[in-house]
Design a protein around this ligand. Structure first.
Ligand code: F3S
Length: 651
């Protein structure tokens, strides 16, 4: 006995199914119903509705008084609604929610001054409906070539680009390549519905695993013909409209038979085909294993319950919501506010078309066929558990600061809001907390989240912890003479504090320069990186004295190597006392010119002979290396010069 398998996405997509159900419901309630055009491309299904009392009309003007008018899943333009309202007929609006979403985008963007570009077939009723929401402010293009030509001829500033739900995905990709890159005036909405694509993928997979495929659907239904084409690439395939044609088929030599159906094929016809097949194959009691049709249909009509968790595939993303396919009768909508707790994130920052999301059902409305869902609640539940665990295990977490708020900043970790009070940010009291916005920070949880209350975190605790670890590491290896490279963190009148990697050491002012300086800022600034070495250590008091001056830069050593007693040099008067004047020979080395050595005559007052800043010629008369004292004499320098002149004259 051959095994029968029905593709799980065979037949109506949810949009068409929803429309059909609405009509049967109205007919069951005894309403007079007229559909504005055939509801679906399936003669049998349309005939069945007609048999049950529905009428098919082409124009609004054909409506009878009080008759309910059904708007098909393709939707209609605004003018059609207006005409119906004018006549006063009640409306059963079966516009597919995906199509209704496109109408909304078209209307909103038109109102915002955008020009609407529509990818699709201008003759298709869905496109004609979309056009009716654009206030004559649109252009329909069928492919990238037409779109390119549009850009060459037009220079509209603000453009909103949308597509027919059944638009070809590959051509859409090509069209996107034509768009100017990163133009903020162009907004693109991927409004292609994946129901058709999914049906084709599922059918191809089933065909690949079958010996024979039966494709059910109208002979002129383009999507059914396409399915036939796809399946016949994998195995022997038949295209039938209904169960009556089964007799004509050769079902021999097929162990595994797959069944799929086009978008307009009602479940009743699929079921009839399956039942007839069973009879033909002489199978009386089909087992669950043999026929999974019922299961496939059940899945198609999955029930949604408020509070339950469901999976949904992202169909479209816009600034205000994400539309998901839940495999249920209702279309799923995740409002932006239910995507994430982080107000700085747009839906497109968080999800992409095609993503599978785990969601919680917040509200189900059978009336408008929509279900409202939340992603953030799922994330929060998982996030809360992670945050509680992080608190228990004192784990350091990392996240971006989302906003500065009253008294602190907010970060979001795995969907959970963590408030970091200003005192725990590690910034000084008067600092502007908005500086942290957008920065990734490390923090620990100091208070776990509670019902309606966010978690509380601390950046400071992490910094403190890191400092302590760095300090511990420092003391393990620190020793006198060891060299470090560190940044100057602060300056005081007595020295500079240098960060040695989590711990600060101090360079005393006397260590900063060989010259006498009044303030460390004369030689270093905050932020400078210095090469220092440890001069002294006191671990108990956490005190580290650093050396900065290098012996090779010692001016006294330089002086000794370059000068000797008897040299006559030019020196600068740097200070004056009652007993003489100090003159600088090189930077950092001064010598004393005693009052008796200031001139070749008796000097009463030093100031009568020299002033600070004067450059004078002096002779080095003595160098006391122990006390680092140098004696200088102008008088001897003058005498030597005289002797030299005398010698010249004698010659
Ligand atoms: Fe069907 Fe609606 Fe998609 S009618 S094909 S579910 S846009």
């Amino acid at each position: 006995m051959a095994k029968l398998t029905v593709s799980k996405t065979a037949g109506f997509c949810f949009g068409v199914n929803r429309a059909v159900e609405k009509v049967y419901k109205a007919l069951d309630e005894g309403k007079q119903v007229a559909t504005l055009g055939p509801l679906i491309h399936n003669r049998d299904a349309v005939n069945d509705m007609i048999k049950k009392g529905a009428r098919v009309i082409e124009e609004v003007s054909e409506l009878r008084q009080g008759e309910y008018v059904v708007i098909r899943s393709h939707g209609v333009g605004r003018d059609v609604y207006e005409k119906i309202h004018a006549l006063g007929n009640p409306i059963i609006d079966a516009t597919c929610p995906f199509v209704a979403k496109i109408h909304k985008i078209a209307a909103e963007k038109t109102a915002e001054g955008y020009f609407i570009l529509i990818a699709g077939d201008e003759h298709h009723p869905e496109v004609q409906g979309i056009v009716g929401h654009c206030e004559q402010n649109y252009f329909v293009f069928k492919d990238e070539i037409v779109l390119k030509a549009f850009f060459e001829r037009n220079s509209q500033k603000k453009l909103a680009i949308i597509s027919q739900t059944t638009y070809n995905n590959i051509i859409w990709g090509e069209c996107l390549k034509v768009l100017p890159e990163d133009d903020p005036n162009i907004v693109v909405y991927d409004t292609i519905c994946t129901a058709t694509e999914q049906r084709q993928t599922d059918s191809a997979a089933l065909a690949a695993d079958s010996d024979l495929m039966i494709v059910i659907g109208g002979k002129h239904s383009s999507n059914t013909v396409k399915l036939y084409d796809i399946c016949s690439r994998h195995c022997r395939t038949y295209h039938i409209e209904n169960a009556d044609e089964l007799d004509t088929l050769d079902l021999s030599n097929a162990e595994k038979i797959g069944i799929t159906a086009g978008a307009s094929t009602p479940a009743t016809i699929i079921k009839e085909v399956v039942t007839t097949m069973e009879e033909i194959l002489n199978k009386e009691n089909p087992t669950e294993e043999d026929i999974d049709f019922a299961q496939a249909i059940d899945e198609t009509f999955k029930k949604l319950h408020t509070g339950s968790r469901v999976k949904g595939c992202v169909m479209a993303v816009n600034n205000s919501e994400v539309i998901v396919d839940l495999g249920a009768k209702q279309t799923g909508s995740v409002p932006a506010s239910e995507l994430s707790n982080d107000p700085s994130k747009k839906p497109s920052d968080l999800v992409n078309v095609g993503d599978e999301l785990e969601l919680i059902v917040i509200k189900v409305s059978d009336q408008d066929g929509m279900a409202t869902l939340s992603k953030k609640r799922v994330d929060e539940q998982a996030g809360v558990e992670k945050v509680i665990k992080a608190k228990e295990e004192e784990t350091v977490l990392e996240a971006e600061v989302a906003a500065s708020v009253k008294g602190g900043v907010n970060v979001f970790y795995e969907g959970v809001r963590v408030f970091i009070p200003a005192s725990q940010t590690g910034l000084p009291r008067e600092a502007d907390l908005s500086e942290l916005k957008g920065k990734t920070v490390k923090f620990v949880i100091i208070e776990a989240p509670e019902r309606r209350k966010s978690a509380v975190g601390s950046i400071k605790a992490v910094t403190r912890r890191e400092k302590e670890a760095a300090k511990k590491k420092f003391w393990e290896t620190a020793e006198i003479g060891k060299e470090y490279e560190g940044e100057v963190k602060s300056l005081t009148s007595y020295g500079a504090f240098v960060d040695l990697g989590g711990i600060d050491g101090m360079v005393h002012i006397s260590e900063l320069s060989w010259n006498r300086i009044k303030h460390p800022s004369q030689v270093v600034s905050v932020g400078d990186v210095l090469k220092v070495y440890i001069k002294d250590l006191d671990q108990e008091k956490d005190r580290i004295s650093l050396g900065y001056k290098r012996a090779e830069d010692n001016p006294w050593e330089k002086f000794l190597s370059d000068y000797e007693i008897g040299d006559i040099v030019e020196a600068k008067i740097v200070s004056i006392t009652t007993f003489g004047a100090f003159a600088q020979i090189i930077e950092g080395v001064d010598g004393l010119i005693h009052i008796s050595q200031l001139a070749d005559r008796r000097v009463e007052n030093v100031k009568d002979v020299v002033s600070v800043g004067d450059i004078v010629k002096v002779k080095i008369t003595n160098i006391d290396e122990d006390s680092k004292r140098i004696s200088l004499s102008i008088r001897e320098a003058l005498n030597d010069a005289d002797d030299y002149e005398d010698e010249d004259e004698e010659e």
